[in-house]
Write a protein of this length. Sequence first.
Length: 580
Amino acid sequence: MSEQRDGTRRSAAWFGAEGRNGMIHRSWMRNQGLGPEVFDGRPVIGIASSWSELTPCNAHLRDVADYVKRGVWQAGGLPLEFPVMSLGETLMRPTTMLFRNLMAMEVEETIRANPLDGVVLLSGCDKTTPAMLMGAASVDLPALMVTGGPMLNGKFQGRDIGSGTDVWRLSEEVRAGRMDAADLAEAEGCMSRSRGHCMTMGTASTMACVAEALGMQLSGSAAIPAVDARRYALAQAAGRRAVALVEEDLRPSKVLTRDAFENAIRANAALGGSTNAVVHLLALAGRVGVPLSLAEFDALTTEVPVLVDLMPSGRFLMEDFYYAGGLPVVLRELDGMGLLHREAVTVGGRDMATETDGARCWNREVIRTAGEPFRPAGEGTVVLRGSLAPDGAVLKVSAASPELLKHRGQALVYDRVEDYIADADDPELPVTASTVIVVRNAGPRGYPGFPEVGNVPVPKVLLEAGVNDVLRISDARMSGTGYGSCVLHVAPEAAVGGPLALVRTGDWIEIDVAARRLDLDVDREELAARAREPRPAPVDAPPTRGWAKLYVEHVTQANEGADLDFLVGGSGDAVPRHSH
Ligand code: FES
Ligand code: MG
């Protein structure tokens, strides 16, 4: 309850108290120059910031927070900014995904433990957005999100280059001998030339759009570049709206409905968005008790074409997307196909129909129409199933090679991704264009942490022979900026004894994307015999202490969202017992 039984706000349990406790709660706050009038019962709005210089994509969020604060003051609230854990994709090892649930816990517990009536969530880099949403959903105080916005387009040697996508692309060019190291070094300074998160349709841009499609951030905001003045005006508007959300008692549980998830899943398909959105949406649905299964992602998107021509699937970048009209245009196209839940509630206080009806497109090269899409329906992320992935696996069709979508090839198996990387440039590597590279023990439990190593490099011998793609299968994830014919999130993962653990080099593997199949062509008796053999010791010793130990003991599989089992659901916003 953001309102107490006596009708006062949640924050009044602290700031409205009399005597000793009230003095403790107010007196120390006044050392920040706050006068007594701010404790008059006005809505207290927390601003959860994942600012960090170790998360370059979020390094400007303190500036964004200043504008949110202006908005909160304008609307008569009291803004209080606080830091939460930050997760920087480019630096954190072994993977930010190991820490998504930890950050979500920190967001949840910090909100609940403090005198807040509502919260604004500042995120940007990939995992910071789902972690914020998951944590806030489990408290269920009125909340809205402001993402930090994408970087400006990269500019290199007269053309646009995209975050991540061109790291993969240009480094493969160097490996293939088509580009020299000096040019690669020059590209380094040309790619990330403003504040903001990756400006491809990678995971950060995808999750920003997903948050908007869910109704958790103000309409039209996901795509505004980080350095565009309109992002700062938007941040002020979000601050004002946060105060109104408290007054309207509009909580995440009212926004994050089944309809909202369906809107977000379809939006992701139309964007050609990141495969990672699947895992994050499953986890978020678990937090709010919305039933959602991996198989439904496929069922919900069979009619959804890819409308957006953005890297890694296409040509353009987020700046172009924003100038073309951004997500509201995409949602309007979906609406025209009857694929948008128009009544879904948004934090803007209006329904999705009102937010998107007036959207106009200014560049049909960047955002296509439903009638003339960028890629036909079913070419976003699809869900595969079969004897190699009984609980499912995903593949981003728009980022894969058409000739590998129906394929039969022999496996080349690696238990550790590092061993494959060490071999990838070996001129003697026994591979052909039809080889299927299998990398395992890279799932949630196995690595541990479910890293983005699924788009392992194409063997150098193949690159030199002009073969730029090869089928890769793993229980890992892939960067949202990545591309290639990569089957990801195979569940159950090898480390928990999924069939992926039984594959041997030379086995035949068959993929048929149209039929949504992924099969290991080894007969049942042989597989049963392999399963009876003593399991080899884990390739890496399991963690014995700390967060990693808690994580491996409780993490769920990819098809369940890789949340911790005891974090599913929420604990609400009841005011905890006194601290003194
Ligand atoms: Fe932070 Fe891509 S590395 S968004
Ligand atoms: Mg990433």
